[in-house]
Design a protein around this ligand. Structure first.
Ligand code: NAP
Ligand code: GFB
Length: 321
């Protein structure tokens, strides 16, 4: 019997893992295995910034495995505005989840980092050996440092207790059940929501920044499959980048054009260069992942965007807007 606890199980990534576990054939490559119980916990089940609530959550479900997604998460503008909050909340959450996993004897823990934790000035492409080789981009140094310390803690737990704790480093993620709040969202959900409102109200669609920065985007439902694979197959303490290839970089302008097309927006759209561009690029290599997983089909960006926009339009009233 295995109990897999997904902390942050009600967010963008958690909902994607739940979708894959519930739709893939039981026993298939990415399906639930016989004898597995999957638990998708929200903050209502316990505020993981609080050690006592973390302990109670683990006591309730007695997880044998943990996929740790819970975090204070936000896009560039939120990170720029609330650096201490992103640092402290995520530091508290991460310390409580790692420590509670240790004292309750969790067999395996995968924590979620992000490619934005990487040094801003480093030789590209980013790979798993470069996380600590310099300061992260100042726009999100609070969140980035909190996430980097998970890697430090994983090594310390492994060294002192032999814990099977590791981490995943996804690139920018998008998909159904995203956070579409105009101020705290990441770029794709923010622009989907903005374009939707521009179309509905007949107003201009304004994109922050110059549109020049480059990003890699992974569809949440593809990432979900990679997490399930990592849970079953990867037992190294070193982090593993979960991303599309470094040649899949797209500019923010290309993203905006794709959103205009997906929403069939006919109005005018413009850029607001008074808003920050953030990090210019953070190209991550997925070579290590592909060398381990063998074949993996990423969903084409346009198809993933269409599915995400469709979900948004069908669930607007229930979405986090
Ligand atoms: P999300 O949609 O904002 O979901 C966050 C999840 O964490 C929700 O289930 C939320 O619960 C939970 N949570 C937040 N604060 C909590 C607390 N104090 N105690 C317990 N649970 C709490 O985030 P996401 O995009 O799915 O992110 C999942 C993971 O991926 C995070 O670790 C994030 O750092 C990482 N990541 C995200 C991106 C991206 O582009 N989205 C990129 C790289 C890495 P409620 O629903 O109750 O609020
Ligand atoms: O997804 P995003 O907010 O975060 O992307 P980062 C920011 C890029 O999109 C910048 C442009 O170049 C912005 O100028 N952009 C244009 C917008 N319009 C908008 C908009 O309305 N909202 C947003 N959010 N961006 C984040 C980190 O960096 O990467 C987080 O700050 C997290 O910690 C995330 O790790 C994955 O990719 O710049």
């Amino acid at each position: 019997m295995s109990v897999i606890l997904v902390t942050g199980g009600t967010g963008l990534v958690g909902k994607a893992i739940q979708h894959v576990i519930e739709t893939e054939l039981e026993g298939s490559r990415f399906g639930k295995k016989p004898g597995e119980t999957w638990v998708f916990a929200s903050s209502k089940e316990g505020d993981l910034r609080d050690a006592e609530q973390a302990r109670k959550l683990f006591e309730k479900y007695k997880p044998t495995h943990v996929i740790h997604l819970a975090a204070l998460v936000g896009g560039l503008f939120a990170n720029m505005k609330y650096k201490l909050t992103f640092y402290r909340d995520n530091t508290l959450i991460n310390d409580n989840v790692l420590y509670t996993s240790h004292i309750t004897g969790v067999k395996k823990l995968i924590s979620c980092l992000s490619t934005c934790v990487y040094p801003d000035k480093v030789e590209y492409p980013l790979d798993e050996t470069k996380i600590h080789l310099g300061l992260p981009h100042e726009s999100n140094f609070g969140y980035a440092h909190a996430k980097r310390m998970v890697d430090v803690a994983n090594h310390a737990y492994k060294d002192q207790f032999g814990s099977n704790f590791t981490s995943a480093i996804p690139t920018n993620i998008f998909g159904p059940h995203d956070n579409y709040d105009l101020e705290s969202a990441h770029v794709i959900p923010a622009l989907v929501h903005k374009c939707y409102l521009a179309k509905k109200n007949g107003t201009p669609f304004i994109i922050g920044g110059t549109g020049k920065p480059l990003r890699q985007f992974i569809y949440s439902r593809d990432l979900a499959k990679l997490f399930i694979w990592q849970l079953r197959e990867y037992d190294d303490v070193e982090p593993l980048i979960l991303s599309v290839g470094e040649d899949e970089e797209v500019s923010i302008k290309q993203v905006a054009d794709a959103i205009v097309k997906a929403l069939d927006f006919k109005g005018e759209y413009a850029f607001d260069p008074s808003r920050a561009d953030g990090q210019f690029r953070k190209p991550a290599s997925n070579k290590k992942l592909l060398s381990l997983i063998g074949d993996f089909e990423f969903t084409p960006f346009e198809q993933a965007l269409d599915e995400s926009v469709k979900w948004f339009l069908e669930n607007y009233d229930a979405a986090r807007t």
